[in-house]
Design a protein around this ligand. Sequence first.
Ligand SMILES: *Cc1c(COP(=O)(O)O)cnc(C)c1O
Length: 356
Amino acid sequence: MSYPKLDIYLTKIEANAQKLKKELKAKKIKLTAVVKGLAGDVEIFKAYQKADIKSIADSRLKNIIKYRKAGYQGEILMLRIPMLSEIEKMIPYVDSVLVSEAKTASLISKFAVKQKKVIDLIIMVDLGDRREGILAKNLLALAAKIKSLSAVNLKGIGTNLGCFAGIIPDDENTKKLIALKKELENSLNFKLDILSAGNTATLKLIKEPELSSEITNLRIGEGILIGTDIINQDLLQDYNHYNFRLQAEIVELKAKPSSPEGEIAFGGQGRGQLIEDKGLRKRAILAVGKQDIDYQGLYPKQKGVQVLGASSDHLITDITDAELELEVGDILEFKLNYSAMLRAMTSQYITKNYIK
Ligand SMILES: *Cc1c(COP(=O)(O)O)cnc(C)c1O
């Protein structure tokens, strides 16, 4: 087995998917499993199929096409607002699309007509995170526009919080979304099927019947893959956590002064690494880097190992306080957060080791 290596615990991911699907079903909420973290990996995708997941979402058309070609026939939601340039190609592969622009909706309609298909549209509303979504005051106009188009079906509204500004989904913004849906239904005299209230960080809100009775859909990635909720800094109780583990090899191990020497670039700011003068420290360099992982999302398994930073191909750690004696050639293991996992899945330099 070559390093760096990513151990992927397939049965744990499958169990998470199964459990979540069941829990949401009990509350009449449809689970859309967000598989963008898989980077198109068909082996992991099979774990979702074993869990009988019949609705998935991905942000990359390339992955969506791969899953269809692998035989997946369930529902697919295009998770990222599509590029105008990919709409024509996208239509045959997806059932529904998140939108926030009239121009995009019109083009979807145009190509859906041509390809004799009907596409469901869910309007994204920006409730404060300032990533995708229309502002509430402009929602009705966009909804009316979509209603006037052919070959598209206005299926509902949704929101996404936490991902850009780090705004936490709470009672207030979720109630606002619920109210917006009702207003829209009244104005258009038309019932909307979908209230897609959010992502993993929204899960904690479904304990409140007042909210869960109105939410009809959640789009969950992180919660299934690693069992965590990074926005609320929480582990999902009774789920399997950290189902991806990185193994990387030490290529240099020396005692070095922890303080650098020489003039520091960028006006003395340096490169944003963790630099602290602790005197002479034992430093291990591992053969994995920024190209493969987000070093800020690596949690060393061995006690006393500290990640200091990384460059493209090197991970720099302080192992002075490590429990076990280490030497060049040894392997260190790390748990990965979502961001580190995403990059590890995308890196062609990391060997994927599927554990059943
Ligand atoms: C990534 C993404 C999700 C899933 O988020 P998790 O926090 O991984 O559950 C849901 N909705 C949208 C629009 C996304 O981009």
